[in-house]
Design a protein around this ligand. Sequence first.
Ligand code: DC
Length: 213
Amino acid sequence: MSRPTSRLLVAIDGPAASGKGTLARRVAGHFGLPHLDTGLLYRAVGWLAGHRGLDPAAAAAGLAMADLAEPGLRGDEAGQAASKVAAIPEVRANLLKFQKDFAAQASGAVLDGRDIGTVICPEAPVKLFVTASLEARADRRYRELRERGVETIRPRVLAEMAERDRRDSERAAAPMKAAPDAYLLDTSDMDADAAFAAAVAFIERKGFRPPGP
Ligand code: DC
């Protein structure tokens, strides 16, 4: 295969606990690219709306790097809040430029989220849609929460995840869905190493290679 002339832009989408975040970080490290976890932007907006009483669209318009450092953003409460503000079209519109600018860097980039391959970077030469069964994702999240010392029960984790999936995929504004040309990676029976190997093999089949020494 001839070497592609385009820079490597990788769009990774998928539901919560599918493994897309870990995969995006590893792919970015392997190919020497900057990485943006776009879920963090929506989490920060949800946080500013819930904890500081800001209007979500205004919070999205004025989002600063420092807002992304709030430690509470990683938790499940922030995930639910993010999913709610993410359904507001003005919030999405106000976060668009930041994401598009990040994707336009000359170096290339890796972005992960829900609408990267469909709305933010439909031109990306590499698109991955990472998924796993609801059961497998709930098990992962439940184990992770227990390891962090969070008291919860598995049926609750599963119900909240199902609710978030539904909200993210049924909303009118940029719903979560695979781009028609996305590579579908079902990680239900895969560990992080296997998912990474499959993604790298797909990217290399497109002719991209990691930077040389
Ligand atoms: O990937 P995450 O779990 O951190 O995302 C939190 C929420 O943010 C998710 O439930 C939906 C929303 N989101 C979105 O609508 N579009 C994105 N590109 C990324 C996240």
